[in-house]
Design a protein. Structure first.
Length: 306
């Protein structure tokens, strides 16, 4: 039975870390470790975690100063002893069959398994199914794998691949998951998406993904670093891959313009339009979808001026 290392970065998660851990210790798969990296929490997170450490010998606890989630995840990965790796956010939780289902599928010859996930609110109430699958048609086969939602909590990875290609989280404020996912997915041969909802992604309004600030500009750096990794390892069509991801991602950011404060709308729109205008070369998706994305871009730009 292969060993799984589950890595959880924690920062001021006293409200949810208990539910997260409870969902993992109750799994119907026995060979796993939980590595909790406390990224300098100032609330009662440590107190709650230590109660579980006393009860379960397979929970490892690491404390570090507040260096951020990428550093915490890398710290956990460097201390992992499992064959397979799973990353969780401290406010997410999973079904009892999650580990067994994911491992069983991975051992059928795959390098990555992605399961269905849903979004829940602060009280664990269902909001909607999370869009995790691919929404485009492609000119070439086998490139749809780059366009699954990079959310880490519904994926199981092989540590051997992570170590062989030195895949770690880059220190970026936005797009951490996308950066990491792109660097991993370019090295795998076989993957599988299973429809069953086994992972629950909590929508927390105060979370970084919800914050309306200028940190989102760092997504450009995130994608450039992913491209640098692909180029280093000679990944075929790496420029087309990144161009297509940027086209989709930057246009998606424009779609959020209408929810920003008035003084930020034009700045955000100008920033992403500048980078969209600098995209040159071939895309992986069909011309139909390129056209649809460009039409959406026009609509979101209109939102930035009203």
């Amino acid at each position: 039975m292969k060993k799984v290392s589950i890595i959880i970065p924690v920062y001021n998660s006293e409200k949810y870390i208990g539910q997260c851990i409870e969902s993992l210790v109750s799994q119907d798969y026995s060979n796993f470790e939980i590595i909790i990296v406390n990224d300098g929490s100032t609330d009662k997170s440590e107190e709650i975690i230590k109660k579980y450490i006393k009860k379960y010998c397979f929970i490892k606890y690491i404390y570090q100063n507040n260096f951020g989630a990428p550093s915490a995840r890398n710290n956990g990965l460097d201390n992992a002893s499992g064959d397979y790796i799973i990353f969780f956010d401290s406010d997410d939780y999973v079904e009892k069959t999650f580990l067994k289902s994911m491992v069983n599928e991975l051992e059928k010859g795959y390098d990555l398994i992605i399961c269905g996930a849903d979004e829940v609110d602060c009280n664990s109430k269902f909001i909607k199914r999370k869009r995790t699958n691919v929404k485009y048609d492609f000119k070439y086969k086998n490139y749809e794998k780059y366009f699954y939602d990079p959310y880490p909590g519904n994926k199981i990875l092989k540590k051997e691949i992570l170590d062989r290609y030195n895949i770690r989280f880059d220190n970026v404020r936005i797009g951490q998951d996308l950066n990491f996912y792109l660097k991993y997915i370019c090295h795998i041969n076989k993957y599988k998406y299973i429809e069953n909802i086994l992972s629950h992604y909590r929508i927390v309004e105060t979370g970084i993904s919800r914050a309306k600030n200028f940190n989102l500009f760092d997504i450009v750096n995130s994608l450039n670093l992913a491209y640098k990794h692909m180029s280093k390892w000679g990944i075929e069509k790496s420029e087309q891959i990144i161009n297509t991801v940027k086209l989709s991602c930057y246009t998606s950011q424009l779609s959020k313009v209408r929810s920003y404060p008035f003084f930020m709308k034009k700045v955000v729109a100008k920033f992403f339009n500048y980078h969209l205008n600098n995209l040159h070369g071939e895309y992986l998706i069909t011309n139909k979808y390129v056209l649809l994305i460009k039409i959406k871009r026009i609509c979101w730009n209109f939102c930035s001026i009203i």
